[in-house]
Design a protein around this ligand. Structure first.
Ligand SMILES: C[S@@+](CC[C@H](N)C(=O)[O-])C[C@H]1O[C@@H](n2cnc3c(N)ncnc32)[C@H](O)[C@@H]1O
Length: 278
C-alpha cells in the first residue's frame, strides 16, 4: 500500500487501512476479532494476468472488477457494477495468496489512494475540514479508502451517543450489505485512528460512491470511487445516506428537530444531513 498522507490534527493517528477497535471482553467483540483475523479462502492460480474465464477471484466477483484506461493517467478504472447489473456480486481483489502478478489488474484498492488529495477548510467554515483534489479525476477512478477502527455495533452506539452529547462531529459509518436475505453490518470509525478518507464531507449530489471491496479478509474495505468527473480543486464528497452506506442509520433516534442542517449547497440539497443528528 502506497499512502504518504498524514494528519495535521493533534490526537488523530494516521492508519492507512482498517484496524481493530479498542479491546473489550464482550462476545460481540470476540466474534468481531475472529472475523478480522480470518481470511477469505479463495485465491487464484493465474499466470501473471488474471482472465475472467479462469481466475477464481474474478469468477466470484461475477466478472472483471476493473477496466484499464490506458490514455488516462490513472491506469485502473472501476467498472461501475450498477451500470452492468452485476452489483449483486461481491468485489474480490486478488491478494498475496494468489499466484498472479502484483500488476494483474484485479488489484486497485489495496494499492492505496491517488496522490492528488489535500485537506483544507471548507468555504463554509461550519462544515469544518474537507478533502479536495489538486488535479482532475476521471469518472470511475478509485480515490481512497474510508479507513479507521472496525468496531462492534454496541461500541458504535456508545461512541455515537458520546458524540451527540458532546456536540462532536460524527465519523462512524455503518455499511449495510444485503446477502441472501441477511444484512451484514460493518462499523468503521476513523475519528481517532483513520486515513485521509475521514475528511470527506457529505453532499446530496455527491461525486463519489462507497463500494465494499474485499482483498483477503471478510471485513470489506470501504472504497471510494468517483461516479462523475471531478475537476481540479473540486471537493471529494459522497452521500452519507446512500443505499450501501448508512451513517449510523440504526444508531440514532428519529428526532427530526435535532437533525443537522446540510451545507452541501447543491441545488438538489435535501436540507438535512442524512441520519446525522446532534
Ligand atoms: C466524516 S466527518 C467529515 C470531515 C469533517 N468536516 C472534519 O472537519 O473533520 C463528518 C462531519 O463533517 C460535517 N459535515 C460533513 N458534511 C457536511 C455537510 N454537507 N453539511 C454540514 N456539515 C457536514 C458534520 O459535522 C459531520 O458530522
Amino acid at each position: 500500500m502506497h499512502d504518504n498522507y498524514s494528519h495535521e490534527e493533534d490526537g488523530v493517528v494516521y492508519v492507512d487501512e482498517n484496524i481493530p477497535g479498542s479491546e473489550d471482553q464482550t462476545n460481540e467483540y470476540i466474534s468481531l476479532i475472529e472475523k478480522i483475523n480470518s481470511q477469505l479462502t479463495h485465491n487464484c492460480d493465474c499466470n501473471v494476468k488474471c482472465k475472467e474465464d479462469c481466475c477464481n477471484c474474478l469468477q466470484i466477483s461475477g466478472g472483471a472488477n476493473y477496466t484499464s484506461h490506458i490514455e488516462s493517467q490513472y491506469l485502473e478504472i472501476f467498472k461501475l457494477k450498477e451500470e452492468t447489473g452485476l452489483h449483486c456480486y461481491p468485489i474480490i481483489e486478488c491478494s498475496q495468496h494468489c499466484k498472479c502478478s502484483e500488476k494483474c489488474g484485479n488489484r486497485v484498492v489495496q494499492n492505496g489512494p491517488i496522490d492528488t488529495l489535500f485537506v483544507t477548510t471548507c468555504d463554509n467554515i461550519s462544515k469544518g475540514l474537507g478533502l479536495f483534489t489538486r488535479e482532475f479525476i476521471p469518472k470511475g477512478t478509485f480515490v481512497c479508502e474510508y479507513a479507521g477502527e472496525v468496531i462492534t455495533k454496541s461500541e458504535a452506539l456508545r461512541r455515537q451517543t458520546y458524540n451527540q452529547t458532546h456536540s462532536k462531529m460524527n465519523y462512524i459509518f455503518c455499511l449495510n450489505e444485503h446477502v441472501n436475505g441477511n444484512i451484514i453490518q460493518t462499523f468503521v470509525d476513523p475519528s481517532l485512528f483513520g486515513n485521509i478518507g475521514r475528511y470527506i464531507n457529505h453532499s446530496c449530489e455527491s461525486n463519489c460512491v462507497i463500494i465494499p471491496v474485499r482483498v483477503d479478509s471478510p471485513i470489506p474495505k470501504l472504497a471510494l470511487f468517483s461516479c462523475v468527473d471531478i475537476f481540479d480543486n473540486g471537493e471529494i464528497t459522497f452521500d452519507y445516506g446512500s443505499s450501501y452506506l448508512n451513517s449510523s442509520t440504526e444508531l440514532i433516534s428519529k428526532n427530526l428537530n435535532k437533525r443537522k442542517i446540510c451545507l452541501c449547497r447543491s441545488p438538489k440539497c435535501r436540507g438535512f444531513m442524512p441520519y446525522d443528528i446532534y
